[in-house]
Design a protein around this ligand. Structure first.
Ligand SMILES: Cc1cc2nc3c(=O)[nH]c(=O)nc-3n(C[C@H](O)[C@H](O)[C@H](O)COP(=O)(O)O)c2cc1C
Length: 195
């Protein structure tokens, strides 16, 4: 029960192929005694893909956490003034969301949750999953690596020869990254050769 008494936001974004792998990590956080607040980006809320219907992800998050997910900027905004989330996790975090975060753009539910939460100087944990992590988004990752109160779940190349720019986090390390971040520490090593 390492997270007893903690309130943790768990935000999912549109890396649709990794959602199934990430949801058990929300369960692990609950198993450690935390209260988990589910949050969904618009892309997850509204896109049916070969990996699952949008409705399925809403229902899964609701089933696991016992709460209706936050699905709008209006619902996410009070996270700032209420200041009641101890840590916010974005997992999976797309290249789209991480680049907007790096540039201060707040045009969606998860981005609003992140902005509101960072206002309170509390930890934001990012688990990236993006095909352009070593390409067009490398600069945005480096901005976030240097941003106060932002922590990364260790990541590496998932398929270096077929997808040389692709980076993905070790989702199984989300809870460990969260525990370290709550103490103001970045878990190490941050880069892994094998995912
Ligand atoms: C089937 C499918 C899988 C995708 N997987 C990824 C992914 O793994 N990583 C990523 O950065 N974008 C991925 N995308 C693109 C994002 O869903 C898209 O950029 C979207 O605008 C992200 O919005 P969000 O960041 O607000 O969730 C995928 C799109 C589709 C349709």
């Amino acid at each position: 029960m390492l997270l007893k008494g903690k309130k943790v936001g768990f935000a999912v974004t549109g890396s649709h192929c990794t959602l199934q792998k990430v949801l058990p990590e929300a369960q692990k956080i609950l198993d450690q005694g935390a209260d988990v607040i589910p949050i969904m980006s618009e892309s997850v809320q509204f896109t049916d893909t070969r990996f699952g219907l949008a409705r399925k992800w809403y229902e899964e998050l609701e089933r696991i956490t016992g709460k209706k997910p936050i699905t709008s900027i209006v619902e996410a905004e009070p996270i700032g003034p209420e200041g009641n989330i101890d840590a916010l996790i974005i997992a999976p975090c797309t290249g789209n969301t991480l680049s907007k975060l790096a540039l201060g753009i707040t045009d969606g539910t998860v981005l609003m949750a992140a902005k509101a939460h960072l206002r309170n100087q509390r930890p934001l944990i990012i688990a990236i999953s993006t095909n352009d992590g070593l390409g067009n988004n490398a600069k945005n990752i480096s901005i976030l690596l240097n941003t106060k109160n932002i922590y990364f779940v260790p990541f590496g190349q998932d398929d270096p020869f077929k997808k040389p720019n692709s980076l993905i986090a070790q989702f199984a390390k989300i809870t460990d990254t969260l525990l370290a971040a709550l103490e103001g520490k970045q878990i190490q090593p941050i880069i892994h050769y094998h995912i």
